[in-house]
Design a protein around this ligand. Structure first.
Ligand code: SF4
Length: 84
């Protein structure tokens, strides 16, 4: 499962909460709008940062953030039964 941070650019008012809470994922552009550090529109949230990303979603004063969860395509799945 891949988790992505989705930013509603219309709702965002560059308050900067997310850039302070998850600087590993979004940094501020010159106007204070969040800029995904990877260059992706909807940046992947590493597993270790999911709780921080959830906090950013909750704390965003404009409710401009959400997390989306994608299943990996079958061809990308690891067969865990074969790992032992
Ligand atoms: S916390 Fe919300 S309003 Fe503030 S910069 Fe991030 S997305 Fe925009």
């Amino acid at each position: 499962m891949t988790t992505r941070l989705v930013i509603d650019w219309v709702a965002c008012e560059a308050r900067g909460v997310c850039t302070e809470l998850i600087p590993e994922i979004v940094t501020a552009d010159p106007w204070g709008y969040p800029l995904p550090v990877t260059g992706e529109r909807d940046p992947v949230v590493p597993r270790a940062l999911i709780e921080h990303a959830r906090t950013a979603v909750k704390e965003c004063p404009r409710m401009a953030l959400r997390l989306s969860h994608e299943r990996e395509p079958a061809s990308m799945r690891v067969d865990r039964t074969a790992e032992d």
